[in-house]
Design a binder for this molecule. Structure first.
Ligand SMILES: [Zn+2]
Length: 462
């Protein structure tokens, strides 16, 4: 089994990863608050943690991967009211939108995908433990708070001091023993959904649900907790506070993915709908968007532009084209092999950019070998590239991407291009070079590249 090193936000260091149970890895990643269609910033987290999961599985581990759905929250209630639909209908609509986006980008479904509203019982149990042991209190207005001063340690993940922490400044401050205490449970307001508790009807706070669901599926202690960098504080700090105050060991290692930025800033809603996953997929294929989002190191900010996306897609098509030509030359799909040097960079905190540098080297060698018809080098380069692409979730031979619809479209385009090429040949044979050139130009203007090879004419989309 490979020795994997991962950066741990909690210790601010890259350290050896040793799972609690030999051969098994348990992961909890904070999922979406389903209140709008996903944009590419949301989906980057999905791609990054899917690469981690694929690498752990390739390294021989069994992985239990939990990603929750936050299906009750202030924003969901506000948007549902604005769209005049029940809150649960709005949540379901966007849960499906996220599922569609994950599927389009070949992000494997989690082992379990719990919804917050399905785990109210576990949340109430957790609050009972916290109130019984004096860590939390119910001031009588229906809210339940965690008393942060009582915690043995707090804010170590984000490296802050409690004395420097400002009050959240929320309206509930009057009921708190300390303005920095945070809500585990919120009393319901008229017209809002609520669930009964011993402290009155209400709904869960965001932090509580993750502690309850992580415990329900992974137990007192688990290996890796992940999420976006923006979740370190307060969300993850508060998850740690709740779970540890309840006597649990909770996460052993914390991983955070960086953001997709525009003009150096975290992507914002002000960009409108143009960066929604389904909109971007009108410009590039799912495999190309995934390649782009996965290409940066997960801890590096990814500055988005459509130019960079297009460039990345063109670079990916070169690799894909080589694999297709290699398959044609070899008479079979290349194997998937993990090269030792690729394993080494992935074991070093998932250093994908270094992995891509290796892919470039193999591509160069592979293309030269194709020209020279050197079968063993073509085979080796192609199998190393395919092995790497498989870990990145971008294997062009993966049935997810080579869907039936695409295959039948390919076939149809194949026939149309053959027809055009026959007409070009006819024009040439009757020495009508103007007509032959016009056909060639029309094909080129469609962005289709024609290549004459010893095995016939082949086409690709530029
Ligand atoms: Zn969470």
């Amino acid at each position: 089994m490979n020795a994997i090193r991962l950066y741990d936000t909690a210790t601010r260091s890259t350290r050896d990863f040793t799972p609690l149970k030999k051969g098994e890895v348990s992961i909890y990643v904070c999922g979406a608050t389903v209140q709008a269609a996903p944009h590419i910033g949301h989906i980057r987290s999905g791609v990054n943690f899917d690469i981690l999961r694929r690498w752990l599985i390739a390294s021989g581990y069994t992985v239990t991967f939990i990603r929750n759905v936050t299906d009750i929250d202030d924003k969901i209630l506000h948007k549902a009211a604005a769209e005049q639909m029940p809150w649960w209908a709005l949540a379901m609509k966007y849960e499906r939108a996220f599922a569609d986006a994950y599927r389009a980008l070949n992000v494997a479904p989690p082992t379990y995908e719990p919804r917050a509203t399905g785990h109210i019982t576990q949340m109430i149990e957790l609050m009972k433990v916290l109130i019984d042991n004096g860590a939390a209190y119910a001031p009588g207005n229906g809210d339940v708070y965690l008393e942060v001063r009582k915690l043995k340690k707090y804010l170590t993940l984000s490296n802050q001091k409690l004395d420097d922490l400002q009050s959240a400044g929320d309206a509930e401050d009057t009921f708190k023993r300390d303005p920095r205490d945070f809500a585990l449970w919120k009393s319901s307001k008229p017209g809002e959904p609520s669930w009964p508790t011993p402290w009155g009807p209400g709904r869960p706070g965001w932090h509580l649900e993750c502690s309850a669901m992580a415990h329900a599926y992974l137990g007192d202690a688990f290996d890796i907790h992940g999420g976006g960098l923006d979740l370190v504080f307060p969300h993850h700090e508060n998850e740690i506070a709740q779970s540890e105050a309840a006597g649990q060991k909770f996460a052993q290692l914390w991983m955070h993915n960086a953001w997709v930025t525009t003009s150096g800033e975290k992507m914002s809603k002000s960009l409108g709908n143009s960066l929604q996953v389904m909109e971007v997929l009108k410009r590039v294929r799912g495999i190309e968007l995934r390649w782009y989002l996965g290409s940066a190191h997960y801890r590096s900010m990814l500055e988005f532009s459509f130019e960079a996306l297009e460039e990345s897609a063109v670079a990916f098509r070169r690799i894909e084209n080589f694999l297709l030509r290699a398959a044609e030359f070899l008479g079979t799909e290349p194997e998937k092999n993990i090269a030792p040097e690729f394993a080494a960079v992935m074991n070093d905190d998932l250093s994908v950019p270094q992995g891509l540098a290796l892919v470039s080297e193999w591509l160069r060698a592979g293309n030269a070998a194709l020209t020279a018809s050197e079968k063993s080098i073509v085979s080796q380069s192609a199998s190393h590239i395919r092995g790497a692409l498989d870990i990145l979730g971008c294997d062009p031979f993966d049935s997810v991407f080579a869907g039936g619809e695409k295959k039948s479209l390919d076939k149809a385009v194949d026939s149309l291009i053959s027809l055009l090429l026959e007409q070009r040949d006819d024009a040439r044979s009757r020495k009508d070079f103007a007509a032959a050139d016009a056909i060639r130009d029309r094909i080129a203007s469609m962005g289709i590249v024609i290549e004459d090879t010893p095995t016939g004419t082949r086409w690709s989309i530029n």
